[in-house]
Ligand binder design. Structure first.
Ligand code: ADP
Ligand code: ASP
Ligand code: MG
Length: 481
């Protein structure tokens, strides 16, 4: 059995959805001729669990609708409702023949969109948007699309049923970034999904969402449909997890930034974890753990180029002879610095810094401390920077008054560039090459950290320099084709 997840662009319009359903059909029927080289993996019929994202751009528009409603804008969510109806309606019209199936499906879409409108209307009246309310709205994109996808599969002869992951994935109540409770999830998957497979039905499951034990909708974090696929793969002991997206696998850099980037045929879970954590959006970082736990390979493949073998993520990757495998970047960050000569030799400052930030629920992407102990720097998402500064100012009120700490400040508009590869461990001279490439091209490095795994070196640069920095380092290590 294989879990196959289709991302937003892979289900972005009628044509893409048709292509995605042909891929599923190829696997389920074992008719590999439709898939060229990729079809070799489907020599015999394979049961498939399908996971789908929302159509591309839909989750963004849902989030925008909810936040604008909270700001007393009564227009945006109504416009969003119309355009969601148009987009899904256009797909249904193109794919589902006139008749009962079409009107039943349109009816379901309209019901969900009415739910969307009443949620936004309540947010508008209250003038307040809670994290729980936002999840109720942002989960609707996947809930809309599973229905359309399942009907499309049926139209090409695959018995398929839509399934909301709220009946499968049980999570904590950390809205916006919920964590699955695996034992409870496994039990629900056994009860609600396995019987469908046993009947030869292909389940089409909403990516991105789950529910608390009491049934309140949660989301797993933006980009989290990949995670859904891995959670289900883990619970079902699937043979592989396939992530169908819009590029030929995980590449040496984001191909939109570095046109010469090449596909990495095979990488390890550890490398994939570093790459996705440091900005390779092609795979959501939390996806790795459920797969690694059960040693399930993850294949990243291109819906629009299914003959390409893509990338295989496994426990031990074939050595490539290259120390550095890929360069990634994360934008829209802030670098926060706590500095003061009075900090030298005072134990516990770092602990206080990070517990103050953690109490605010802010995650820290990278840390560096100079050996003189005169400053501690760390990187956070730009939008959390105000809260981080306030938390630190409260925490260190006394130290600031006594001038043990001179200054707590943030530098905005920075980015992290990460140089990643398992072969970097113990290979001398990598740092020198990275800094040489940037120095020769007059790119200023603001701060540096090396992960303890030695699988990555990460640098903070000005956001305006980040794309160039990625290109120069990519070139320096001759990663391009
Ligand atoms: P999906 O909607 O299928 O989940 P995403 O947009 O989340 O797709 O991820 C795919 C995108 O990730 C690609 O279009 C590409 O621009 C971006 N990306 C960033 N870094 C990399 C990388 N190293 N290799 C491949 N793609 C990358
Ligand atoms: N639709 C969700 C998002 O846009 C989840 C995903 O695409 O993986 O974040
Ligand atoms: Mg994605």
């Amino acid at each position: 059995m294989i879990v196959m997840k289709f991302g937003g662009t892979s289900v972005g319009d009628a044509e893409s959805i048709a292509q995605a359903t042909q891929i599923v059909r190829g696997a389920v029927t074992g008719e590999s001729d439709r898939l060229g080289g990729m079809g070799q993996a489907f020599e015999s019929p394979q049961p498939v669990v399908v996971v789908v994202s929302a159509m591309s751009g839909v989750t963004d528009s849902l989030v925008k609708a909810a936040t604008s409603a909270a700001n007393r804008d009564g227009q945006t969510f109504r416009q969003a409702k119309e355009s969601l109806l148009d987009r899904h309606g256009a797909v249904i019209e193109a794919i589902v023949g006139d008749g009962e199936a079409r009107s039943a499906l349109l009816g379901e879409i309209e019901t969900l969109l009415r739910e969307f409108e009443s949620l936004c209307q309540s947010i508008y009246i209250l003038g307040e948007l809670t994290a729980r309310g936002l999840d109720a709205v942002s989960s609707l994109g996947e809930r809309l699309l599973v229905r359309v996808f399942a009907v499309t599969l049926r139209s090409v002869g695959v018995e398929a049923n839509p399934l909301e992951a709220t009946t499968l994935i049980v999570t904590d109540d950390n809205y916006g970034g919920a964590t699955p409770l695996m034992d409870e999830t496994r039990a629900k998957v056994q009860a609600n999904l396995v019987p469908l497979l046993a009947e030869g039905i292909t389940p089409v499951v909403t990516g991105f969402i789950g529910a608390t034990p009491s049934g309140i909708v949660t989301t797993l974090g933006r980009g989290g449909s990949d995670y859904t696929a891995a959670i289900l793969g883990n619970c079902l002991d699937s043979r592989e997890i396939w992530i169908w997206t819009d590029v030929d696998g995980i590449m040496t850099a984001n191909p939109r930034v570095v046109p010469g980037a090449r596909t990495l045929p095979e990488i390890s879970y550890a490398e994939a974890a570093e790459l996705s954590y440091f900005g390779a959006k092609v795979l959501y970082s939390k996806t790795i753990l459920p797969a690694l736990e059960k040693d399930i390979p993850i294949r990243i493949v291109n819906t629009f180029n299914p003959d390409h073998p893509g990338t295989l993520v496994v426990a031990e990757a074939e050595p490539t002879g290259k120390a550095v495998k890929a360069i990634t970047a994360i934008k829209r960050l802030s670098l926060i610095t706590v500095e003061g000569r009075g900090m030298i030799g005072v134990p516990g400052i770092a602990a206080k810094v990070f517990s103050a930030v953690a109490r605010e629920g802010i995650s820290v992407l990278m840390i560096s401390q100079s050996s003189s102990e005169q400053s501690i720097c760390f990187v956070v998402q730009q939008e959390t920077n105000g809260r981080a500064l306030r938390a630190l100012e409260n925490e260190f009120e006394l130290e600031l008054a006594r001038r043990n700490i001179d200054r707590i400040w943030a530098q905005g508009d920075v980015a992290i560039v990460a140089v990643v590869g398992a072969g970097m461990k113990g290979t001398p001279g990598i740092g020198a090459k990275v800094f040489g490439a940037l120095g020769r091209n007059a790119i200023n490095v603001i701060s540096v950290a090396q992960g303890s795994s030695e699988y990555n070196i990460s640098l903070v640069v000005d956001e305006k320099d980040v794309d160039d920095a990625v290109r120069y380092i990519h070139q320096e290590f001759e990663l391009g084709g």
